[in-house]
Design a protein around this ligand. Structure first.
Ligand SMILES: C[S@@+](CC[C@H](N)C(=O)[O-])C[C@H]1O[C@@H](n2cnc3c(N)ncnc32)[C@H](O)[C@@H]1O
Length: 277
C-alpha cells in the first residue's frame, strides 16, 4: 500500500476532527488552566522533547515550526525568546495555538500560518531560518520528500539546523500493533500502523523510518549531527484516558533503567538533528 496519492484534504480533516493532544486536559478548552495542563501532560508523557528541541538555544533566533498542532512546543520556543513562524494544515489546531499565544502574551513573537508543508513556499515567504523544527509531522504528509525539498530550497542556508521527529519502524509500537491488531496479516502492517498510530484511530497517512531511510530522505544537503530513538508509551490506555498513569504489568516489572534502555533501542520517536551544509 502507498500513501502517495492520499488527498491532502483527508489529512486535514483527520487533524481538524481531533487536533493533536486536544484531550490532554479536562479543563475548559482555551483557558490558561487548560493550556498549562496540556503542556504538563505532554512533557510528562514525552519528557525527551525539551532536550531534543533545546528551546533555550534559540533565544534571539528565527524558528520555523512545521506542524505546530495546538502549539505546545511553539509556545516554548517563543517563551525562550525565539521569533517563531508556526504552520499547520489544521485550522482548528492553529486557532487553539493562536489563542494560547495570546494567553501567555507571546502572540507578537509568533506568526501563525495555515499551510501545506508540501508546497510551503506558496504560503510562507521563502527566507532562511536558524532552526526548522518539525515534531511528529512529516510522516503524516502524503509525500514527505516534497516537504524536505521545500525546506532545502526555500527555508535554510548553510549552518541552519533542522530537527525532525519521525516514527521509528523497528519499534515497540510496531511490535505491539503486530501483536494486537494484525491477527497474522503481516502484509497489512503499513496500513495497520497508520490506523493505530495516533490517539484517534484511522490516521490516513503514517510513514515509518529507519535511521538509514531518514538520512536518505534528508539527502546530502544535510549533515547529521545527532540521531537517536526514544519513547515507549508504557501506560494502560483505559486508565490513561482517565488521566491515571498505571503502567502495563510487564513494564511495572521492568526496572526503570532497563525500561530506559529499551526506549533507546525500540522507541517510537526517531529524532534527528542535522545541519545544512
Ligand atoms: C501528531 S500532530 C503533531 C503536532 C505538534 N508538532 C505536536 O508535537 O504536538 C501532526 C500535525 O501535523 C500536521 N500536518 C500533517 N500534515 C501536514 C502538512 N502536509 N502540512 C502541514 N501540517 C501538516 C497536522 O495538522 C497535525 O497538527
Amino acid at each position: 500500500m502507498s500513501f502517495n496519492n492520499t488527498p491532502i484534504e483527508l489529512v486535514e480533516k483527520y487533524w481538524d476532527d481531533r487536533p493533536c493532544n486536544i484531550r490532554h486536559s479536562t479543563a475548559a478548552i482555551g483557558t490558561k488552566k487548560y493550556f498549562d495542563e496540556v503542556e504538563e501532560r505532554k512533557y510528562f508523557v514525552e519528557p525527551h522533547i525539551p532536550d531534543f528541541a533545546e528551546f533555550n538555544r534559540w533565544k534571539g533566533k528565527k524558528v520555523l515550526e512545521i506542524g505546530c498542532g495546538i502549539g505546545t512546543d511553539t509556545i516554548n520556543f517563543a517563551r525562550a525568546g525565539a521569533t517563531v513562524t508556526a504552520v499547520d494544515l489544521s485550522s482548528k489546531s492553529l486557532a487553539l495555538a493562536t489563542e494560547r499565544s495570546k494567553i501567555y502574551n507571546l502572540f507578537d513573537q509568533i506568526t501563525f500560518i495555515k499551510a501545506d508543508v508540501e508546497s510551503l513556499s506558496k504560503y510562507v515567504e521563502p527566507e532562511p531560518y536558524d532552526l526548522v523544527y518539525s515534531f511528529g509531522v512529516l510522516h503524516h504528509t502524503p509525500n514527505p520528500e516534497n516537504a524536505i525539498r521545500e525546506i532545502k530550497e526555500n527555508f535554510v542556508t548553510s549552518g541552519s539546523t533542522v530537527k525532525l521527529m519521525m516514527y521509528n519502524r523497528y519499534s515497540w509500537k510496531v511490535i505491539w500493533i503486530l501483536l494486537t491488531e494484525s491477527k497474522g496479516r503481516f502484509w497489512k502492517i503499513t496500513e495497520l500502523i497508520a490506523k493505530n498510530s495516533e490517539a484517534q484511530t484511522g490516521c490516513p497517512v503514517t510513514y515509518t523510518y529507519t535511521p538509514k531511510s531518514l538520512r536518505k530522505l534528508l539527502g546530502n544537503t544535510f549533515e547529521t549531527k545527532n540521531i537517536f530513538v526514544n519513547h515507549i508509551f508504557p501506560y494502560r490506555i483505559s486508565e490513561y484516558v482517565q488521566y491515571r498513569y498505571n503502567k502495563m504489568w510487564y513494564f511495572q516489572l521492568l526496572p526503570s533503567v532497563l525500561f530506559r534502555l529499551l526506549e533507546r533501542k525500540l522507541g517510537w520517536h526517531l529524532c534527528i538533528t542535522s545541519q545544512s551544509r
